[in-house]
Write a protein that binds this ligand. Structure first.
Ligand code: AR6
Length: 231
């Protein structure tokens, strides 16, 4: 019976070791909790028809700059499909720039289901919004408003009525919101990017000098607003 007891202790010990291995964060990840992670969609590259080569350059530049200036934060670019052109472009360019893959991830998934379906805890998510900050309109804006419920629309109105291209606004999500309860999202940052779609307001008619500047401003506003939440 002694033998039995010792072998069962062995088993318990093994079990504990395994548990430790599973729960101990990697050295570089120790400070990277969900509250230090921002997930964002590629601004302006679907409904707003912004050029993907140019947008991917701007994303990688903006991310590299930001991560150079701040420690202990992590950025995640999300898109819905494995065939996402923008994700492929950004992945290659980020690797070429030797951006730390632990601090900048590209992820296929629904930005409103990162925790439940992507196993990524992330308390701040960005939205590619419209200038009226209204729900609907398709794309990621509709998905986020649908997932968050009308609490988001109300909370947004308290913060801002409209948004100008290249700027962003932080909206704390009410704790009653399904997106808060299910996914642990505490803040939405609405971002308005440059628009190249003639069917939408403020179309830049392929003026990429203006467009690129506005997209850079949009990401820098987004990342600065993210830091204002984290700090
Ligand atoms: N999860 C992750 N990424 C998504 C999701 C999702 N649920 N849905 C779309 N994307 P878009 P824009 C990706 O069109 O080009 C709206 O109607 C999508 O594949 O949402 O900035 C607003 O009201 C793409 O990579 O935003 C504005 O009027 C990215 O999100 C207008 O569209 C952005 O696509 C804004 O256009």
């Amino acid at each position: 019976s002694d033998e039995k007891a010792s072998s069962s202790r062995e088993l318990e010990k093994k079990h504990d070791d395994k548990k430790d291995a599973e729960t101990t964060p990697l050295a570089g990840d120790i400070y990277l909790t969900g509250s230090h992670t921002l997930a964002f969609p590629s601004i302006s590259t679907a409904d707003f028809q912004f050029n993907h080569e140019k947008a991917s350059d701007i994303i990688v530049d903006s991310v590299a700059d930001f991560l150079h200036n701040y420690d202990n934060v992590r950025l995640v670019l999300v898109d819905l499909s494995h065939r996402s052109n923008i994700l492929s472009l950004v992945k290659v360019k980020a690797a070429n720039r030797q951006i730390d893959p632990k601090r900048f991830l590209t992820l296929v998934g629904d930005i409103t289901r990162l925790s439940t379906e992507g196993n990524l805890h992330c308390s701040v998510i960005a939205n590619a919004a419209n200038w009226r900050l209204k729900p609907g309109g398709g794309g990621v804006n509709a998905a986020i408003h649908n997932a968050a419920g009308e609490g988001l629309e109300i909370a947004t109105k308290e913060r801002a009525g409209t948004l100008s291209p290249g700027s962003s606004v932080v909206v704390p999500l009410p704790s009653s919101s399904p997106l808060y309860q299910r996914e642990g999202v505490t803040h939405i940052i609405h971002v308005l990017g440059p628009n190249m779609n003639p069917q939408r307001p403020n179309c830049l008619q392929n003026d990429y000098v203006k467009g690129c500047k506005i997209l850079r401003d949009a990401y820098s506003s987004l990342f600065n607003n993210f830091m204002s939440i984290v700090q």
